[in-house]
Write a protein that binds this ligand. Structure first.
Ligand code: ADP
Ligand code: MG
Length: 360
């Protein structure tokens, strides 16, 4: 029988009356890079700590290769965790820090030393073995923490916002190294991050959590192009989300009417929808274009420009419809210049119907 590498079934964690993780189900395949995202306090760290064995589950099962591991102690789980504060021992050398997990497992001194040296080498720290932790840079410490976990050759590595204490440049460099390590070693990474760019550039699968539950789990492309819920679309940002009602045309076709009455959209994918149904229509900021003329056709929304923000070669425009709904548009700076528009100007926003993503 084949099993997911790790399965969480109905996993739950409560602190008194507060629910931190709420009957969560998740399957994780072996050798994949999984990114976990969600607002602060949604249960990401609690989930990871239950996997690591640092926290008992209040209910449900944690399965590893089909075997229930809820009651296994930390050192028998083989799922070490790296986090931002690293928890390196300042009174031990770099090598002794890396040897620590092997010492706990009863490996003899000679083998400990040679295995630690191998991993320090793989992480570019071969020449730093005898240094103290306080003689290392932030990025080097991060690598020591990784070496200390990897030296025990786990099949899963848990990472809780490991790069959030590094500066932007170093963080990007470490992202590349982490991804390379994960590919080379073929081990499963479960990686909690608040950074969209980290999640979307590194992960094979992205999991979006909200209030202790999973809103959506899928490939980065799936999540980006087809958010399953308004929460996911909103959390990712960069989209306008319209409340709409499904209406029939005289010929029987369906059309979306925005609840605020500001537009109708001849959305193409109306299969499965019924007249009267409420849906959310998500349109990404880069899929909306604007013209300075008034328009009242389908997929055209008369708006006023209420704000602009210049980001490199791009301009983010905030528009407001007559009914007060906000729309976000992203344009090339040169297109904005050729339109010659200012805050306060009236414009028409429009999009191709096939670009609108409908969430029932
Ligand atoms: P995240 O990592 O997504 O920011 P956490 O998993 O740390 O969220 O926390 C989830 C929820 O559980 C939060 O509401 C938090 O306040 C609560 N929580 C976490 N740890 C404890 C604890 N030891 N005692 C009580 N509540 C806790
Ligand atoms: Mg956390």
């Amino acid at each position: 029988m084949s099993h997911a590498h790790i399965s969480l079934k109905n996993l739950r964690k409560t602190y008194g009356a507060a629910v931190a993780v709420d009957n969560l189900d998740l399957d994780i395949e072996e050798g994949k890079f999984i990114a976990i995202m969600g607002p602060s306090g949604c249960g990401k760290s609690t989930m990871l700590r239950m996997l690591a064995g640092l926290e008992d589950a209040s209910g449900g099962d944690i399965l590893h290769q089909g075997r229930r591991i809820n009651d296994l102690p930390i050192w028998e789980r083989q799922m070490p965790m790296v986090w931002q504060s690293l928890a390196l021992f300042p009174f031990l050398s770099v090598r002794e820090n890396v040897e620590f997990g092997l010492r706990m497992a009863g490996v003899n001194a000679a083998e400990r030393k040679s295995r630690a040296q191998v991993w320090l080498g793989k992480l570019g720290l071969g020449d730093y073995a005898e240094r103290g932790i306080d003689q290392l840079s932030g990025g080097q410490r991060q690598r020591v923490a990784l070496a200390r976990c990897l030296v025990t050759e786990p099949s899963v590595l848990l990472l809780d916002e490991p790069l959030s204490a590094l500066d932007a440049h170093l963080s990007v460099q470490m992202q590349g190294e982490l991804k390379r390590l994960q590919r080379e070693l073929g081990i499963t990474f479960i990686y909690v991050t608040h950074s969209h760019s980290e999640a979307f550039s590194m992960a094979d699968k992205v999991v979006i959590m909200n209030k202790g539950r999973i809103e959506q789990a899928g490939s980065p492309e799936d999540i980006y192009l087809r958010p399953a819920t308004p929460f996911v679309a909103e959390f990712l940002g960069g989209s306008s989300i319209f409340d709409c009602t499904v209406r029939p045309r005289k010929n029987g076709d369906l059309v979306l009417e925005s609840t605020d009455g500001s537009f109708r959209s001849n959305a193409v994918k109306t299969g499965g929808l019924v007249p009267g149904q409420h849906v959310s229509l998500v349109v990404r900021a880069d899929q909306i274009s604007i013209t300075p003329t008034a328009g009242w056709a389908e997929n055209e929304v008369p708006c006023q420009i209420i704000g602009e923000e210049f980001v490199g070669a791009l301009v983010n425009l905030r528009l407001r419809t007559g009914a007060g709904t906000e729309i976000t548009v992203q344009l090339q700076q040169r297109d904005m210049q050729s339109l010659d528009l200012e805050v306060g100007a009236g414009v028409t926003a429009s999009w191709h119907p096939e670009d609108g993503h409908i969430i029932p």
